[in-house]
Design a protein around this ligand. Structure first.
Ligand SMILES: [Zn+2]
Ligand SMILES: [Zn+2]
Length: 77
C-alpha cells in the first residue's frame, strides 16, 4: 500500500522533471543532431550525448563526472 504510494509519487516527480528538462537537440560531444523521439543519454546536469558517444564514455559524463542515463522523455504522438 505505502510502497504503491511512494511509487506513484516518484512517477510524479519524474514527470515534473521531464517537463522542466531542456531538451537539447544535439550531442555535446560530437554535435550530431539528436532526434527528440530517439535514443539519447543525459546526465543529472542535463549534459546530453548521442548513443555512440555515451557508450564510448562508458556512460560517465565527461563534463561533470555524473552517470549518463537514457533520456526519459520521448515525444508521444
Ligand atoms: Zn555524439
Ligand atoms: Zn554532465
Amino acid at each position: 500500500m505505502i510502497a504503491k504510494l511512494i511509487r506513484a509519487m516518484l512517477l510524479l516527480v519524474d514527470w515534473g522533471r521531464c517537463m522542466t528538462l531542456e531538451m537539447k537537440t544535439s550531442c555535446e560531444q560530437c554535435l550530431a543532431a539528436l532526434d527528440m523521439a530517439g535514443f539519447a543519454y543525459i546526465c543529472s546536469y542535463e549534459c546530453t550525448f548521442c548513443e555512440a558517444c555515451g557508450e564510448q564514455m562508458s556512460l560517465v559524463c565527461p563534463n561533470c563526472g555524473g552517470e549518463l542515463v537514457i533520456r526519459p522523455c520521448r515525444s508521444s504522438s
